[in-house]
Design a protein around this ligand. Structure first.
Ligand code: SF4
Length: 88
């Protein structure tokens, strides 16, 4: 007689240790001295970055919305001038 009963009796044990809470604390800072206005970041994450009148990137979404974090991180990595940095 086999009678498997997975998890029965351990309802309080739901393994969420170490998971960060889901809210956005990501911010991105533009180093205006480095930025050359080539808009690489704007093309990658147009909802996060925009160019101002001086052709310098500015952060339009601050803090960065959770659903845009991956794109923002990608833009940081791809900026040819290393003008973007993450600040949480
Ligand atoms: S990718 Fe870098 S250099 Fe280009 S506009 Fe954005 S911040 Fe400026």
């Amino acid at each position: 007689m086999s009678h498997p009963s997975p998890g029965h009796g351990s309802a309080a044990n739901d393994a969420r240790d170490g998971e960060p809470p889901i809210f956005s604390s990501m911010r991105v800072v533009v180093d205006r001295d480095r930025c050359e206005g080539n808009a690489v970041c704007v093309r990658i994450a147009p909802e996060v970055f925009t160019l101002d009148d001086d052709e310098c990137a500015t952060v339009a979404a601050d803090p960065v919305p959770v659903e845009q974090e991956t794109l923002a991180q990608h833009a940081i990595a791809e900026c040819p001038r290393a003008a973007l940095s993450r600040k949480d």
